[in-house]
Write a protein that binds this ligand. Structure first.
Ligand SMILES: [Zn+2]
Length: 292
């Protein structure tokens, strides 16, 4: 049965995705991680969740849509998997043409592009507009073992989620407990306390920091929704108090600037940025983006 419960580890990511599926799910998602087989399971579960007919937890695993997705026979789910072959511009054109036709079964269509880092630059450019302004029914899930190989313009149009080897992730509770003092310090405009909290984030193994930065981005997204009074179930309910406080102190456009900055920081951490540089980024750079 197709379900998030079948996937190992990554509790924080699981929580973020399930909460996102309960609301207005982003139409373009980039799922990255080292493990191609792991990415396959996650992308399929996510696709089933987008297509699922249940009003409750999605994917439910039981409705006709979930069963078709699990059997690989859903007419509104296209999975592109060319292994490590180059993905060329004619593929991008084919995707565009397919998406011009309304879905068969339900209100949505999902295109999964596996090994998206193999899209050549011409194909990526051809997909840009489709990713930016897809028809209301069209959803994209790109998976990539080397997300840095994608053009920045493509990456920035996708909501990014990073998958980690299960044994190296911080649990959702751990990440929230570590981030709560940091977010509270930002909301209180206390750079000194931000520094202490940022130092505490550096303690877990390096890989876990990537997950924590992912939870931080989810919390920033919650704060933007709170600041704009948009009804949306929070991605990180455990940090709801801190995100509301943040929404009261920092204007939404600045929160979005911090969100983008955390994207860059994630890339730097993935490339083994020095701990001191990360602490500095989370302290003086974030302070400047919020308040100066
Ligand atoms: Zn279902």
């Amino acid at each position: 049965m197709i379900s998030f419960d079948q996937l190992p580890g990554n509790a924080a990511l699981k929580n973020s995705l399930q909460n996102a599926l309960a609301g207005r799910f982003p139409q373009a998602v980039l799922l990255s991680g080292d493990d191609a087989a792991g990415l396959e399971g996650w992308s399929l579960t996510l696709a089933a969740g987008i297509l699922c007919e249940s009003a409750g937890r999605r994917p439910c695993g039981a409705c006709l849509s979930c069963r078709k997705a699990a059997q690989g026979v859903h007419p509104d789910l296209t999975v592109i998997d060319e292994g490590e072959n180059e993905l060329k511009v004619d593929l991008a054109r084919r995707i565009k043409a397919e998406n011009a036709i309304i879905p068969n079964d339900g209100p949505r269509r999902v295109t999964v592009i596996r090994h998206a880092h193999n899209l050549n630059p011409m194909a990526q450019n051809a997909l840009l507009k489709e990713l930016e302004e897809p028809p209301a029914y069209a959803f994209f899930i790109l998976t990539a073992e080397q997300p840095d190989a994608l053009l920045q313009t493509v990456r920035s149009r996708c909501t990014r989620f990073a998958l980690e080897p299960p044994q190296q992730t911080a649990s959702d509770e751990e990440a929230a407990a570590l981030l709560a003092p940091y977010l509270a310090a930002v909301a209180a405009r206390r750079e000194d306390r931000m520094m202490l909290a940022a130092l505490a984030l550096e303690k877990p193994p390096r890989r876990a920091l990537l997950g924590i930065l992912g939870v931080l981005q989810a919390a920033l997204r919650d704060a933007v929704f709170a600041a704009r009074a948009l009804p949306q179930p929070p991605l990180q309910p455990a940090l709801a108090e801190q995100t509301r406080a943040l929404a009261r102190t920092v204007p939404p456009e600045r929160l979005l600037a911090v969100y983008d900055f955390i994207d860059e920081l994630t890339d730097r951490v993935a490339r083994n940025a020095a701990a001191a540089a990360v602490t500095c980024a989370l302290t003086s750079d974030v302070y400047r983006l919020c308040f100066q």
